[in-house]
Design a protein around this ligand. Sequence first.
Ligand code: PLP
Length: 555
Amino acid sequence: MIAYFSMEIGIEQRIHTYCGGLGMLAGDSIRSAADLGLAMTAVTLASRRGYFRQMLDKSGRQTEAPAPWPIEELTEETPARAVVRIEERDVHIRAWRRDVVGVGGAVVPLLFLDTDLPDNHPDDRRLTDQLYGGDDAYRLKQEAILGIGGVRILRALGHHDIHRFHMNEGHSSLLAAELLLERMRAEGKDEIDTRTIAEVRTHCVFTTHTPVPAGHDRFPRNMVRKILGRHEAFEQSGLFDHENKLNMTYAGFNLSRYINGVAKKHGEISRRMFSGFTIDSITNGVHLGTWVSKPFAELFDRYMSGWRADNLSLRCGLSIPHAEVWEAHTSAKGTLLERIEADTGVKLSADALTLGYARRMTAYKRPLLIFNDLKRLRRIAEQIGPIQIVFAGKAHPRDDDGKAMIEKIHSAIAELRGEVDCVYLPEYDMELGALMTAGVDVWLNTPEPPLEASGTSGMKAAANGVPSLSVLDGWWVEGCIEGVTGWAIGGHNNDIDHDRDATLLYEKLEEAVLPAFYNDRHAFIDIMRHAIALNGSFFNTERMMRQYVVKAYFG
Ligand SMILES: *Cc1c(COP(=O)(O)O)cnc(C)c1O
């Protein structure tokens, strides 16, 4: 069996135990594992208060509220219990289970670890409440519950047959430390030897998602000792780095037989960042059954039945008549425009070229690039054809730059009203993600390369026949065939120049995107069909999980 560990997992709309791309990928991976009938159990935290609910006032100021979810209604309590010692107290853990059922009926159980038990100290009862909340100490405690508690819960459920532990990012690296401790306990040893480390390593695989050093969790040794106690296994097995910190990425890397980045380019960047490790790449995907809109699902059912179980069928998207592709798209766009009107009162035009931009609001993703030169944007819309833009995205509660960007987008929206109509939808979540990626005409992405490890929203768009207009970073380096599957903004450079990139974006809109949309609809629909056939058929989690099976799980 494979045990899949992730701090966040986005499995369905009502269970908002996710923040963004990492959790969505985890959810899609599990759904595809179930489709493929893989023997897998997934482990995450209960995150009873969710990530947060985003509220925006008129000027775009974000405030946050807890987003609790009814764990008792949506999952079943298992009898399993485990204990992890934290700050010299026993913290009791239980697990709630929800079954993820694949297309063929196979099941992947998803376990939500929960410390809200009466036996626990009141502070400890809150440890599994808040996803990415609290201070470093709170985070380390959560990671101990996920990694150490997760392994113990799996054992309590009778799983002694796990041949691979998959760490989806470093938050679960302590699972590998627990595997070391297990062996030491079993053999009555208090010193670790290289044979034990080598043995643990045969069972672990690690996926890294972060191309910047600051994105990797590091905890000072004295904090680790205070919270987890002094364990020889931690001291001796290379878990601490040269600055005496427990670096969750190095810890996971050191104890893994296989390490991968999430796109080819991200693999290269990771190899440069972590010299000394062998790092492969498996490019991300999306779960097509989840992200293909109803009108396109019906179309796919007619032209390539069985596509849910065999995603490669989407290559036949090239045989769907133009008129039917357009009709399905018009229907998906109509659904989005209705939602926009209901949420904001703004009635966007069904005929105007509509760009979509939704992701975490943070500086490196450059959500304001499209507004770099409002005069030029207005002129393009006036001279070539109308442009509308739909935005969504949350800023992390402590990311003041990200929050300021949401406000700046709101003021640009106000300034452009009547010329380039734009809206900002609050509460970007799974459902809105699905509506937007299917309902806009072109999906926009303007990160600072090389900081977008992969990105997956553009893949959801592609599966719905929505081409991307994007900087060449992350998955788009592999997915972009210029003028065939979408358009690139600029070339393969990694230096950052906002003015240059904005100019290149405007030029592409002016010279390629708008002319195709307004003057050559046949050519535009051809690009839509290629997005489905070339990118939908490849950038899915069915292909991705097959690669994990060959390279990571049974390699
Ligand atoms: C798909 C998705 C993401 C991740 O997409 P990126 O392109 O990596 O930003 C994040 N949040 C939600 C709600 C999504 O649906």
